[in-house]
Write a protein of this length. Structure first.
Length: 298
């Protein structure tokens, strides 16, 4: 709202000119007309709700709801102290199932574990994200040796881990991805599975193996352990089925270079790893909660 910083419907005459917005997020950007409108929710009408009518987008779909820490995000405008979601599996079928989004308290969720939300680097866009601290990454019960300086963000936005429902895969910088790939393949019997290159496909630079027609194959369990009690593991349903007996980790050997000088998070946990988890953003207590759950059945 750079062109109309004081515009509000409660002040007559403050919105007497056309106002525009310009919002960047990750690798995308949207800009257009700034509007106030009534938001109709079940049992409640939110007046003077700010929306943007997009005239130009880069990297976005036709519409997007912002849930980050910026003032104009949906949680900020609704003054939410908590929100949560449970994303259904990406293995789509013909049933009409939607993911559940709860704006507010979802009640006492049995078995949920929490990790603290970290303080954000102060500059845009890093001040909008949800940073968490990964203590360990284990594969088959063995700790992966990753550079510890990349597990926490510095004050200019280098390193650290964010949880982002808007990213599909989990993006990991090569200095963290490479030891994960090595530890994973060291636990794969070479006569059972072979590493294959699918870089020419739309999957991009990911770790894929061929199970050589073995219907009883099993992968070593990958677990992200967070500061506190929170942890996320990677069930088989969260692997990518690339066809022809090829399966891939939903980890992309990449980096979201979105800040000055190409800085950015070391790990971005995308929605493929979040599927079939109840994930709770407890903003009042500055913590993030995880629980394995069949989202298709909720």
């Amino acid at each position: 709202m750079a062109s109309c910083p004081n515009c509000t419907l409660s002040l007559p005459g403050s919105c007497d000119k056309r106002c525009f917005y310009d919002q960047a997020y990750g690798s995308g950007k949207t800009s257009g007309k700034a509007l106030f409108e009534n938001l109709n929710l079940p049992g409640e009408v939110v007046r003077e709700f700010f929306i943007g009518c997009s005239l130009n987008t880069v990297g976005f779909a036709q519409g997007i709801a912002g849930f980050g820490r910026m003032p104009m995000s949906l949680p900020s405008q609704l003054a939410l102290t908590k929100f949560s979601y449970c994303l259904v599996t990406h293995k789509f079928d013909d049933t009409a199932k939607s993911s559940k989004l709860i704006l507010g308290d979802s009640g006492d969720v049995q078995g949920i574990t929490y990790t603290p939300l970290l303080n954000n680097p102060p500059m845009i866009p890093f001040n909008q994200y949800y940073y968490v601290h990964i203590d360990q990454i284990t594969i088959g019960g063995k700790i992966v040796d990753v550079p510890s300086n990349l597990l926490l963000p510095d004050n200019i936005g280098n390193g650290g881990t964010i949880v982002d429902s808007g990213s599909t895969f989990t993006f990991i910088v090569s200095t963290v991805f490479d030891p994960i790939a090595t530890a994973f393949m060291n636990q794969i019997p070479p006569d059972k599975m072979n590493r294959v290159s699918l870089n020419q496909t739309s999957l991009g630079n990911v770790l894929c193996v061929n199970v050589m027609g073995d219907p009883t194959f099993s992968f070593p369990e990958i677990i992200f352990k967070f500061k506190g009690d929170g942890q996320m593991d990677l069930p088989m349903a969260n692997y990518l089925d690339a066809g022809q007996d090829n399966f891939c980790l939903p980890f992309a050997n990449s980096t979201m270079q979105i800040g000055p000088g190409g800085s950015g998070p070391a790990i971005i946990i995308g929605n493929y790893q979040q599927q079939n988890f109840h994930i709770e953003y407890d903003l009042e207590n500055e913590r993030l909660g995880f629980k394995r759950q069949n989202c298709q059945g909720t």
